[in-house]
Design a protein around this ligand. Structure first.
Ligand code: HEC
Length: 121
């Protein structure tokens, strides 16, 4: 879903995991999370044991991986947590949602700050 046309930005302000999934993820992973094989290979998010712990999904959503684009710059921490919570408890997944704002922060690439070196003692 590299389409940057109208609709691509709809739902970005949402903190509803389902809405975010349908807006940002379903284009590749399908509405029901069943994935697809065609021009590319999109793994199913449905009944996916890799979602038992949110860390993996958080990392991939924020940073991307192979054919999966990084979406971290579109989403704030709360939205990423809403997404992983949704994925862990929907689409045939029945896991204990364990995503946290801290975990998303940790997954984000370090942003260099100008004062960085002066903060060290
Ligand atoms: C442009 C298409 C595309 C979009 C949009 C996309 N993905 Fe992916 N996703 C992929 C591809 C391709 C892979 C496989 C990456 C690989 O080969 O390592 C993947 C892998 C994943 C995985 C790992 C699955 C596994 O079992 O290893 C998760 C979790 C995931 N995506 C979640 C999401 C979520 C959540 C969103 C929406 C925020 C999303 N993806 C949006 C294409 C996409």
């Amino acid at each position: 879903m590299a389409d940057a046309g109208a609709g691509w930005t709809d739902g970005y302000t949402s903190t509803d995991g389902e809405e975010l999934d349908q807006t940002l993820c379903a284009g590749c992973h399908m509405t029901d999370g069943s994935g697809a094989v065609g021009a590319g290979e999109y793994p199913a998010l449905q009944a996916n044991a890799n979602l038992e712990f949110s860390g993996y999904a958080i990392y991939i959503i924020v940073n991307g991986q192979a054919g999966m684009p990084s979406l971290g710059h579109f989403l704030d921490d709360e939205q990423v947590v809403a997404l992983t919570n949704y994925l862990q408890t929907n689409l045939g997944n029945d896991y204990q949602p364990d995503g946290s704002i801290e975990a998303v922060g940790d997954a984000r690439p370090a942003t260099p700050t100008n004062q960085d070196t002066e903060d060290h003692e």
